[in-house]
Write a protein that binds this ligand. Structure first.
Ligand code: NAD
Ligand code: DAO
Ligand code: ZN
Ligand code: ZN
Length: 369
């Protein structure tokens, strides 16, 4: 079938809105009509060419919501008409990882997903006869896409897609990192580095967890108003200080924070985030994705003296099991999604969404088809 899509033909170039071909779902696969998709920093990162796994030409997008159109052979958990959120972290419930009870990083389709292919090693997406790579098992910048059954969370059909699409990545990642990875407790002091969609979701999660002080750090002071509205108690611009920001935070917090979250993808900030943690117990969670080949550094004594470095992918959330409940929480107002949606626009204007992100003017732009 034909589908309108924003195609990334090469790194560093704007997306092109074209009509692509989408092949029917094979066994274990599902054809989905995407109704809405957010634009995440990770899409921009891959488009920039800095992503070591970036493949072109491709259909980007991984923060969507849609409706099942057709299911392939052997699909049992979904049927046409079901409302779904595509998952870039699948959940097969059978692999060693899924059964471990220790991680959300299902590996069932990891290898082929990383190669931009479906599990049989081929693509369902093409343009003028040439295959297009799938992206993160989602490719939500196409009106029609094919995902694995295990890469789709079935959600309440009453859920507003224009908001819950953000649970496909940004909001779940931030809130999940607070509850599942850090396990923030009432009264804890936290520091959040980077106040985009991920950082603001960390703030919302910290407020849910009844954190005490919530320090919000960004070099764009235009981000502070929304951070305060969402629960930040202190907003800090590192450019206002002559000394390293970790020293500033340690002084402000009587020795450091209980938890910090890096939500940028900058390895120097990752170091600051670790070193602003309290001696003996402070934990820093890396959420941001750094460019190809970059490495983190600190003095090992930082770890010897009790600070901990962790990472978090998709907030540690098991998508098929936990995401439907988070959609219900959003519908009850326990997760607030509206503040994240700063812009909405049709697919034809998707390049503006990337411009707004690069200019620091948006939190999330939601694209509708
Ligand atoms: P964003 O671009 O909307 O926000 C990043 C923020 O960081 C901006 O407000 C920017 O002003 C700020 N910033 C940049 N440099 C800074 C510095 N040196 N000091 C302080 N602040 C600085 O991005 P986003 O969509 O919120 O994504 C954030 C990061 O999280 C990206 O790296 C993205 O790839 C990653 N991510 C990770 C996961 C995961 O599962 N681990 C999921 C989604 C996104
Ligand atoms: O299982 O090896 C693996 C990788 C799982 C994907 C984790 C991705 C998390 C960071 C990417 C940003 C998501 C938009
Ligand atoms: Zn994302
Ligand atoms: Zn699995």
């Amino acid at each position: 079938m034909k589908s309108r899509a924003a195609v990334a033909f090469k790194a560093g170039a704007p997306l092109e809105i074209v009509e692509i071909d989408v092949a029917p779902p094979k066994a274990g696969e599902v054809l989905v009509r995407i109704t809405h998709t957010g634009v995440c920093h990770t899409d921009a990162f891959t488009l920039s060419g800095d992503d070591p796994e970036g493949l072109f030409p491709t259909v980007l997008g991984h923060e969507g919501a849609g409706i099942v159109v057709e299911v392939g052979e052997s699909v049992t958990s979904l049927a046409p008409g079901d409302h779904v959120i595509p998952l870039y972290t699948a959940e097969c419930r059978e692999c060693k990882f899924c059964k471990s009870g220790k991680t959300n990083l299902c590996q069932k389709v990891r290898a082929t997903q990383g190669k931009g292919m479906m599990p049989d090693g081929t693509s369902r997406l093409s343009y003028q006869g040439q295959p297009l790579y799938h992206y993160m098992g989602c490719s939500t910048f196409s009106e029609y896409t094919v995902c694995n059954e295990i890469s789709l969370a079935k959600i309440n059909p009453e859920a507003p897609h224009e908001q819950v699409c953000l649970l496909g990545c940004g909001v779940t990642t931030g809130i999940g990192a607070v509850h599942n990875t850090a396990k923030v407790k009432p009264g804890d002091t936290i520091a959040v580095f980077g106040l985009g969609g991920i950082g603001l979701a960390v703030i919302q999660g910290a407020r849910q967890a009844k954190a005490g002080r919530i320090l919000a750090i960004d070099i764009n002071p235009g981000k502070f108003e929304k951070a305060r509205e969402m629960g930040a108690t202190d907003c800090i611009n590192p450019k206002d200080y002559q000394k390293p920001i970790q020293d500033v935070i340690v002084e402000m917090t009587d020795g450091g924070v209980d938890f910090s979250f890096e939500c940028i993808g900058n390895v120097d900030v990752m170091r600051a985030a670790l070193e602003c943690c309290h001696k003996g117990w402070g934990e820093s969670v890396i959420i941001g994705v750094a460019g190809a080949g970059q490495e983190i550094r600190t003095r090992p004594f930082q770890l010897v003296t009790g600070r901990v470095w962790r990472g978090s992918a998709f907030g540690g959330v098991k998508g098929r099991t936990q995401l439907p409940g988070m959609v219900e929480q959003a519908m009850r107002g326990e997760i607030e999604l509206a503040p994240f949606v700063t812009h909405t626009m049709p697919l034809t204007r998707i390049n503006e969404a990337f411009d707004l992100m690069h200019e620091g003017k948006s939190i999330r732009t939601v694209i509708h088809f």
